[in-house]
Design a protein around this ligand. Structure first.
Ligand code: PLZ
Length: 420
């Protein structure tokens, strides 16, 4: 078995520099919230492969389902020869997402692809061009989703021209917008939309209910319902990008559930596949079915092995009550982090962050975030940073993490955050 150091050398002459990794240790095996690298070091996982392995790494049910499906058949392409598991995953999406109205779903391979398709569907159904997105938004790295994503470095720099008809509105960001209440923050955004885009031109308002890469920004209560209400009145499609927040992460099946939001369309990926690449768009039947036959699809979308994994992941989430597990994780993490009196501690369920700021104000402190992350890594805890200013330390543990593992991880985080 080659060591991580040897692999780093091979990588340097084989893998494009644009693709980076958080740590330089290479994975050998992983299970639950534990990772073992090729040199035999063990890691505790507070990253879940960016909010993917919510059911744990190599979750037993997922592994068994993948093995069984691979032996039955690996691929036929749902557009060529269909199979039951694709239909079953769509049924699960319909059942689990908010709203009891008639829905349809379609499956894709990645989050970005789901977002692209949600926009295609909204534009097709409304016959309108404009898409409204928000400051600090992250929706992907493809051409359209780069345009939807806010941050230029590293996501967009020198990669334009970008897709047109994308407009950015101010986000509710309680730490940084003077603590505007949700209604006032929504009015501010709606003002921008009405003055700069015009309601009748808006195909979709697209938003992460809690922003992920942008810094775990949770809008003030009332912001999302006010925007959804405006979209409804304007005849625009309200799309919740629940790729990072969905499938139990925030303590509900979907973050939209928290305020009783019923988005017209929801995009999902990450946690839904239990580690296999699968994504979905689900929502109002009249929107989804507006698109002509053949207007949606892709060779691999809803691949049978990924569908088997998704069904097993959802079964695991139900069986282990992972929404409750996520709430428990938040209940353990938030008070402990708050007791350190470092930065702005926030989160819902198992989507928890500390935004680091300079003493006495809210000036971002990205160096402190990087130092703390490195100290965690040195101590064997895998954590991530995020945020427009790179100053947010974020935690996304697998929802099956044990209390003992959680406590061990928090000990490491505590020491890292209290470094001078
Ligand atoms: N929408 C809300 O969080 C993916 C990407 C990190 P893909 N986030 C992690 C990186 O540096 O690429 C994400 C998301 C939200 C869309 C996406 C895109 O999902 O599966 O990465 O395409």
């Amino acid at each position: 078995m080659p060591s991580s150091e040897e692999l780093q050398k091979r990588r340097a002459t084989a893998v494009a520099r644009g693709v980076t990794s958080v740590i330089s240790s290479y994975v050998d095996t992983a299970a639950g919230a534990g990772i073992r690298d090729v040199d035999g070091n063990t890691w505790l996982d507070f990253a879940s492969g960016i909010a993917v392995t919510s059911v744990g790494n190599a979750a037993p049910r997922v592994v068994a389902a993948v093995q069984a499906q691979a032996e039955r058949f690996t691929h036929t392409c749902f557009m060529v020869a269909p199979y039951e598991s694709y239909v079953a995953v769509c049924e699960q999406l319909i059942e689990l997402t908010p709203g009891t109205f008639e829905k349809r779903a379609a499956l894709f391979n990645s989050g970005a692809e789901a977002v692209e398709n949600a926009v295609k569907i909204a534009r097709h159904a409304t016959g309108r061009p404009a898409v409204v997105v928000f400051d600090h938004a992250y929706h992907g790295r493809t051409n359209l989703t780069m345009a939807l994503t806010a941050k230029v470095m590293p996501y967009k720099h020198r990669m334009g021209p970008f897709a047109p008809e994308v407009y950015r509105a101010p986000m509710s960001y309680p730490l940084r917008d003077g603590g505007l209440d949700g209604f006032s923050a929504a009015q501010k955004a709606i003002d921008v939309i009405e003055k700069q885009v015009g309601g009748p031109n808006v195909a979709a308002v697209l938003i992460e209910p809690i922003q992920g890469e942008g810094g775990f920004v949770e809008p003030a209560p009332g912001f999302l319902p006010a925007l959804a209400e405006w979209a409804r009145a304007a005849g625009a499609v309200f799309i919740a990008d629940e790729i990072q927040t969905g499938f139990c992460r925030t303590g509900d099946w979907f973050a939209s559930d928290h305020e009783g939001l019923e988005p017209d369309l929801v995009t999902t990926a990450k946690g839904m596949g239990g580690g296999l690449p699968i994504a979905g768009v689900v929502g109002r039947a009249e929107l989804m079915d507006a698109v002509h036959a053949g207007g949606l699809g892709g060779t691999y979308g809803g691949n049978p092995i990924a569908c088997a994994a998704a069904l097993a992941a959802v079964e695991t989430m139900r069986e282990l009550d992972l929404p409750a597990a996520a709430r428990h994780i938040g209940d353990v993490m938030l008070p402990r982090l708050r007791s350190l009196s470092v930065g702005d501690v926030r989160g819902r369920g198992a989507m928890v962050a500390v935004e680091l700021v300079r003493p006495g104000g809210i000036e971002p402190d990205p160096v402190r975030a990087a130092t703390a992350a490195k100290a965690c890594h040195d101590a064997g805890l895998l954590v991530l940073t995020c945020g427009t200013y790179g100053n947010v330390l974020r935690f996304l543990p697998p929802l099956v993490i044990t209390d003992d593992e959680l406590a061990r991880g928090l000990d490491i985080v505590e020491r890292a955050l209290l470094l001078p």
